[in-house]
Design a protein around this ligand. Structure first.
Ligand code: ADP
Length: 330
């Protein structure tokens, strides 16, 4: 049997460069590897764990599927669908929640960060996020999860739950591992923290025009352009990281040398970076535009993906229910 891969992104708007480099690039690499069966979803049940835009949730969900397809995800090779169409995830999350304490969830750094962003949003759904994410992965007995480094604490929870369920109920969940990409951590354009959809001014989206990208990069805070040590944090460090990701390591070294010598001209650097980023996302935008006019096709991908996903998860869920002692007709 092929080893399984599971991952997804929340539909909080169009994908940004962090989602693309940290997530989707990994999805693509594993999709092309014949040793794996790949399952990728848009995680709408996760989107409602923080304040969200009800009017646009379904639209954004479809938009992310379109972005997935435009980036190269292929329904012939991967199961591509929407989380809420596979209700077994939520069912399994409830069963798994019996294997994890409230204290463990309260201490997660991701939970603490989110309630700092949304002080009125300390809901049970938010607290339960890592349990639902564990269910997303374990429902397929997935072994590899292509996600950014920010998701590592959640994967640790998934591994703990897998171990506990295996010990307690004689189950055989594999302990899922993160599949890392070169862009596993894309910093925020503000110079603080990671690029994120929930932080305004922090991201470049896959739908941005050349002039949007230029305007956003123009706002990245910089310094005089030279000094005795290359900055390890703040706006300049962000620019150098983006140079490495989009123009390569050599270019980064050459800018670092300039910083220690004659100085960097940030306007030149930002223009080159904007050109290269746009060059790389332009073909994705073109394909997304074409897919938007093929709406029936996208719905078909989503519904067919849900059917295929439910086939896998219903048998895993039955096994867990039976081993946990729930009523089961023999
Ligand atoms: P966001 O944090 O922007 O709301 P999601 O939580 O939906 O994004 O994450 C979707 C995928 O994108 C996950 O695999 C996550 O690890 C990855 N990701 C999100 N932000 C970044 C980032 N700044 N750098 C690398 N990967 C990221």
């Amino acid at each position: 049997m092929k080893r399984r891969v599971f991952s997804g992104s929340r539909p909080t708007g169009r994908l940004h460069l962090g989602n693309y480099l940290g997530g989707v690039r990994g999805y693509l690499e594993l999709q092309e590897n014949p040793d794996y069966e790949t399952i990728y979803m848009v995680m709408d049940l996760h989107a409602i764990t923080t304040p969200y835009d009800k009017e646009n949730l379904a639209k954004y969900t479809k938009q992310v599927v379109i972005d997935y397809l435009a980036c190269g995800l292929d329904p012939e090779k991967s199961i591509i669908t929407v989380q809420s169409l596979v209700p077994e995830h939520a069912y399994l999350a409830h069963l798994l929640s019996s294997a994890v304490t409230v204290a463990r969830m309260l201490h997660l750094p991701t939970y603490k960060e989110k309630i700092k962003q949304h002080p009125d949003g300390a809901t049970v759904a938010l607290l339960n996020y890592p349990v639902l994410m564990s269910a997303d992965i374990l429902a397929y007995k997935a072994e590899l999860v292509p996600v950014g480094v920010d998701q590592e604490p959640h994967l640790e929870v998934a591994r703990e739950i897998a171990r506990k369920m295996n010990d307690k109920y004689n189950l055989s969940f594999p302990e899922p591992k993160r599949f890392a990409t070169k862009g596993e951590y894309v910093p925020s354009l503000t110079g603080e923290g990671k690029m994120s959809k929930s932080v305004e001014g922090s991201y470049i989206s896959l739908g941005d025009s050349f002039s949007d990208i230029k305007t956003k990069l123009a706002k990245v805070p910089t310094d005089l352009g030279k000094g005795s040590a290359v900055p390890k944090e703040g706006g300049v460090a962000v620019l150098l990281q983006l140079v490495e990701l989009f123009l390569g390591k050599e270019e980064r070294f050459s800018y670092e040398k300039k910083y220690l010598g004659e100085g960097i001209r940030y306007q030149e650097l930002k223009t080159r970076l904007a050109e290269e980023i746009y060059e790389q996302i332009k073909p994705i935008q073109k394909r997304a535009f074409e897919l938007e006019s093929k709406k029936g096709f996208v719905d078909e991908v989503i519904y067919d993906g849900a059917k295929r996903a439910r086939k896998i998860v219903s048998s895993v869920l039955s096994e867990v229910k039976e081993k946990m002692g729930l009523y089961f007709k023999k």
